[in-house]
Design a protein around this ligand. Structure first.
Ligand SMILES: [Zn+2]
Ligand SMILES: [Zn+2]
Length: 322
């Protein structure tokens, strides 16, 4: 009889409530490999931490929390677990650097964000710019307290879990593959029912380009079953990657049709794009609006990088033309 080299890990999923209207829940996983017991993400806040505790997570047996990315709906509960139990937190290198940068100069980051929005034609940039109550980056003081490492400090031999860097949704987004399985924990890199938000984190980087590269890289991995950061596990991860890639192609075609010989700001373009459930920017809350404008910016930057459109700067505005 053939025996497999690695024992299948034991995985348990927890659907943790989060205070983000569009998502409602984040998925946290406890994984027991031959090497140890780890949590993949940890919910948004103290309520998420309590939810995990009440759902039977024994934090004293957790060897580490592997964070898929820096957004608070995945990271916040980990801060509390780390403080209460001394559990080490690990995150992708580029996300860690981004956290350090924010910690060093919160006001500088907020001011820069406001400037990016202003140059992209947003009429009320201060209302949308980075703010402490923005749920994605909320509780910066908690980030500041974090004792957190990059995966460089956690060898695969210690966890039995491989790390795959998949920048795009965040600068340091990371997926996890339990060694010897066809399972991939995708965080927000690949979701089944929602198209992951791709935005900007600075004034220049082509994050959609990084995201598309990361999707193609993921498609080449020997995996089939995705365990995402929102929603339950699903199979045929390669099929989902194909539909995400084609979604972004369609989005760029839509943008080209909107520009259609004119010169437009990213904000004007976002106002003319179709959003889920037929909504317009006016009916969105601040965070949703910011997401939508970020989506427009990331697509336009990628279109500029790949020569689908060009930009010119006029009166401190970035104008896109095709
Ligand atoms: Zn996210
Ligand atoms: Zn998320």
């Amino acid at each position: 009889m053939k025996t497999s080299r690695t024992m299948n890990p034991e995985i348990k999923m927890f659907t943790v409530p989060i205070a983000i209207r569009a998502l409602k829940f984040a998925s946290v996983y406890r994984i027991k490999t031959e090497k140890g017991t780890y949590l993949i993400d940890a919910g948004m806040d103290r309520a998420g931490f309590d939810f995990l505790l009440n759902s039977g997570v024994d934090f004293s047996e957790i060897d580490g929390i592997l964070l898929t990315h820096l957004h608070i709906d995945h990271l916040g509960g980990g801060v509390i677990a780390s403080e209460k139990y001394g559990i080490p937190l690990y995150i992708g290198k580029n996300d860690l650097e981004f956290i350090f940068k924010m910690q060093e100069d919160v006001d500088g980051y907020a001011g820069n964000d406001e400037k990016i929005l202003e140059m992209n034609g947003v009429p009320d940039p201060s209302s949308l710019a980075f703010r402490k109550e923005n749920p994605v980056f909320a509780k910066l003081d908690e980030y500041a307290r974090l004792s957190i490492n990059s995966f460089d400090k956690l060898p695969v031999t210690k966890t039995g879990i491989e790390y795959v860097s998949t920048p795009g949704h965040s600068p340091g987004s990371t997926c996890f593959i339990p060694s010897g399985t066809d399972i991939i924990f995708t965080g927000d890199h690949i979701l089944e029912k929602i198209t992951p938000n791709i935005s900007y984190y600075d004034g220049v980087t082509d994050f959609l380009g990084h995201y598309i590269d990361s999707l193609r890289k993921t498609a080449l991995l020997p995996v089939n079953n995705a365990y995402p950061g929102h929603g339950g596990p699903f199979s045929n991860v390669k099929g989902r990657i194909e539909s995400l890639l084609s979604h972004h192609t369609t989005r760029m075609e839509e943008i080209l049709n909107i520009i259609n010989g004119k010169m437009m700001t990213a904000y004007d373009i976002a106002c003319n794009m179709t959003w889920s459930r037929g909504r317009h920017l006016d009916s969105m809350n601040h965070m949703e609006k910011k997401f939508a404008i970020g989506e427009a910016i990331s697509h336009l930057r990628h279109m500029e990088t790949t020569g689908m459109c060009s930009t010119l700067e006029k009166n401190n505005l970035i104008l896109y033309k095709n």
